[in-house]
Design a protein. Structure first.
Length: 164
């Protein structure tokens, strides 16, 4: 089992996206920081535990980039840092190479950066599995459901089950 961290948008959204993927055994939702000065404050993120023989880091990164505003350096980037948090120098190198390769998917430059993982703080229990527990809430319908529909359309072979 491998793990990697992803930050970009709301961790409720990110958790919902990665939870439906084959090869992902567990998603932890909360906040992550790094030793890097650009990422030393905690930012909303998830830890994704995955089996690399079932789903490659390349696919996880691609889905991550396509399910948040990876090209927008908006005013909420401190809370929603566009990031990939790695657990080894090898994974860091691989993630950086993947980012270079994925640039062709976008018209604008990516703001997503790779950082070494330092700490994780889990969210409160009542907010975990937010989409699965609250699929009809307006937030879920507005922000999460379109991401899951995109996965169904573009990444169906990587889904555990059909999202709702």
């Amino acid at each position: 089992m491998q793990k990697v961290g992803f930050g970009g948008g709301c961790h409720w959204c990110t958790e919902a996206v990665f939870s439906v993927l084959r090869g992902v055994s567990f998603v932890e939702q909360g906040w992550i920081n790094s030793l890097d000065l650009d990422a030393e404050s905690f930012s909303e993120a998830v830890l994704v535990h995955f089996d690399e023989t079932v789903i490659a880091l390349d696919v996880l990164v691609e889905i991550h980039l396509l399910t948040h505003k990876a090209t927008s350096n908006h005013s909420f980037r401190k809370k929603y840092r566009s990031a990939i948090y790695t657990f080894s120098p090898k994974q860091e190198s691989e993630a950086n190479d993947i980012l270079v390769d994925k640039r062709v998917l976008f018209d604008k430059p990516l703001v997503t950066k790779v950082y070494p993982f330092l700490n994780f703080k889990a969210n409160k229990e009542k907010f975990l599995n937010y989409y699965q527990n609250n699929p009809e809430k307006p937030f879920c319908q507005t922000y999460i459901e379109p991401k899951l529909q995109m996965l169904l359309s573009e990444y169906k072979k990587h889904l555990k089950t059909t999202p709702r």
